[in-house]
Design a protein around this ligand. Structure first.
Ligand SMILES: [Zn+2]
Length: 432
């Protein structure tokens, strides 16, 4: 079967190992991410994109110049489109052998490299919405790498399709980032070099979905220092730090944990406990909440628990340190240019799609970019069940993601030069 060019690209890119490594302090954390970066750089140059280069950190940049008349082009925001090169450290990304399963019939699919790995609608209900699609999986021994090589393939195909096409588009900046999977995706990204007014990451999952919210995230570190004496003669003297800390953690609400929440519900997540002896114990607790008030309540709850234990154990020294990690990106997007959201919806409507807004129960590169002043919602690339050997995408989803991205670009070209109408709603209605 002849595959669309975007799928051909995808099958090529997933075979290049680009796994990132959280234990490395270098940027990129693994040199092999540059293997794909160099290939993209080479291909973008061959396609005729402008200002193509890879910087010292492995970020690849390219420009597709605007096709609008000069005056209108300069009044239209520069749109950046981003995808990340690396794949998750959770599962091997070496020797990925992608397989296209034509015309999926809705049943259980055993992957040939390891038949114990199956795609099963009972576990992966989204499969049932893809009956008739041509499924793409790994052979079951590795992840597929759709996160985010689907985004990479879509942007590269976009470049090929748009260069030489004079249909209206704003100036587009393509950017391929490194180390997203280890939370350092935009750490070394120079926003001045990117030179964009608005941006989108193509790192979302299910089609027809727009991701504009992330958690508010903080981490609380509680340290308990007790008093150690010989346990045989400890009455009235010993203060057991491990026991105090255990009591504190036991008081966290069990129904507000990662394993008991979904959707917009936040949680407490004690993830590291350190108590090599009874005199000193420390716990790190992730606090997650979509709302500011909710986050404030979680911080206050932990502080109250600590205070309670201090009163109960005056001889122990209990310290609490709370650090904010990232914020729900919606406020930053709405505060800078909320058209990034409204235009994303209108672009979908222009091709008959109704985009649903979903929350990301985690962080994204877009959250950090939005916080830095570049509003960056996350759009879909069609993949599912990321970071696992059960990962899949479909030929049709890749094509849809590409078609949607073209509509998004076109929408900005048509409506982006809003001038005095900086509020997307108003401008948009007037022009339609
Ligand atoms: Zn990703």
């Amino acid at each position: 079967m002849a595959l669309p060019a975007v799928a051909e690209r995808f099958l090529r890119y997933v075979q290049i190992d680009t796994q990132s490594d959280p234990s490395s302090d270098a940027t990129p954390s693994t040199d092999k991410q540059k293997d794909l970066g160099r290939l993209l750089e080479h291909e973008l140059k061959a396609l005729g994109a402008e200002n193509v280069y890879m910087d010292e950190y492995g970020y690849v940049f390219a420009t597709l110049p605007s096709t609008l008349p000069a005056e209108r082009a300069s009044a239209t925001p520069v749109v950046a489109l981003l995808a990340h090169l690396d794949t998750s450290p959770d599962e091997s990304g070496a020797n990925v052998r992608p397989i296209v399963h034509e015309n999926y019939e809705g049943g259980i699919l055993a992957l040939p490299g390891d038949p114990s790995v199956t795609l099963d609608p009972a576990r992966q209900p989204a499969l049932l919405q893809h009956v008739g699609h041509d499924l793409i999986t790994s052979d079951g021994t590795t992840l597929l790498g759709s996160d985010d090589k689907a985004g990479v393939a879509v942007l590269m195909q976009l470049a090929q399709d748009l260069i030489g096409d004079d249909a209206p588009r704003p100036t587009l900046r393509l950017c391929f980032t490194v180390d997203e999977e280890i939370g350092r995706g935009v750490e070394k990204l120079d926003l001045a070099k990117l030179g964009a007014d608005v941006a989108y990451t193509l790192d979302g999952s299910a089609t027809e979905t727009l991701y504009v919210e992330t958690f508010n995230a903080a981490e609380a570190t509680i340290t308990v220092e007790g008093v150690m004496v010989h346990p045989g003669y400890a009455k009235g003297l010993m203060v057991n730090a491990a026991r105090i800390l255990a009591g504190l953690l036991a008081a966290l609400p069990a129904d507000e944990a990662p394993e008991t929440t979904k959707g917009r519900e936040g949680y407490f997540h004690p993830h590291t406990i350190d108590a090599s002896n009874a005199s000193r114990a420390r716990a790190k607790i992730l606090l997650r909440d979509f709302d500011d008030e909710g986050m404030a309540r979680r911080k206050a709850f932990v502080a109250a628990l600590v205070e309670q234990q201090r009163l109960r154990h005056p001889k122990a020294r209990i310290t609490l340190d709370v650090k904010d990690q990232y914020k729900n990106m919606r406020r930053y997007i709405e505060g800078s240019d909320r058209r990034t959201i409204t235009f994303a919806h209108r672009a979908g409507e222009a091709m008959g799609l109704t985009l649903v807004e979903k929350v990301v129960r985690g962080g994204t590169d877009g959250a950090r970019l939005s916080e830095k002043g570049l509003p960056t919602p996350n759009v879909f690339n069609g993949g599912h069940d990321y970071h696992s050997r059960f990962e899949w995408n479909t030929v049709q989803n890749l094509a849809l993601s590409l078609a949607y991205t073209k509509h998004l670009v076109r929408y900005w070209a048509k409506h982006g030069a809003g001038g005095e109408w900086m509020n997307g709603e108003t401008e948009d209605r007037r022009q339609n």
